[in-house]
Design a binder for this molecule. Structure first.
Ligand SMILES: [Zn+2]
Length: 103
C-alpha cells in the first residue's frame, strides 16, 4: 500500500485557531488536548478485513462552513467538547491581564 500523507498545511491551520477557554472550569485558557478526526474512504476485503483500495483521503473532518471539526479537551478539568464551545467561552470571558502561564 502506498504511503498516505496529510496535507502539509495542517500544523499551520491548528496554530491559527482562535483563543480557547474551558466553558466548565473557566480558569484554563492555555492547556488543551486537540482531536481532529482524519477521514479515509476505504474499501475492505469482506473476509480478511484488509483494505483493498483507498477511495479518498486522508482528509481532515470539516463541519459547517468548512471549519475544522476539532474536539477540545481541557487539561485542567478533563471537560471535552466541540471547539466552538471553547471559542465561545473565550469570547464571553476576557483574558486575564498579563501573560497566561500554561500548566
Ligand atoms: Zn476545564
Amino acid at each position: 500500500m502506498e504511503r498516505w500523507e496529510l496535507p502539509p498545511e495542517v500544523p499551520g491551520e491548528l496554530e491559527r485557531r482562535p483563543p480557547y477557554a474551558c466553558p466548565r472550569c473557566t480558569g484554563n485558557r492555555a492547556s488543551f488536548t486537540l482531536a481532529w478526526p482524519i477521514l479515509w474512504s476505504v474499501r475492505k476485503d469482506a473476509h480478511s478485513g484488509h483494505i483493498t483500495a483507498l477511495r479518498a483521503g486522508p482528509s481532515l473532518a470539516a463541519g459547517a462552513g468548512d471549519e475544522p471539526e476539532i474536539t477540545v479537551r481541557c487539561e485542567l478539568c478533563g471537560f471535552a467538547g466541540p471547539e466552538a464551545m471553547f471559542i465561545a467561552a473565550a469570547r464571553r470571558q476576557p483574558p486575564p491581564a498579563g501573560p497566561v502561564q500554561p500548566l
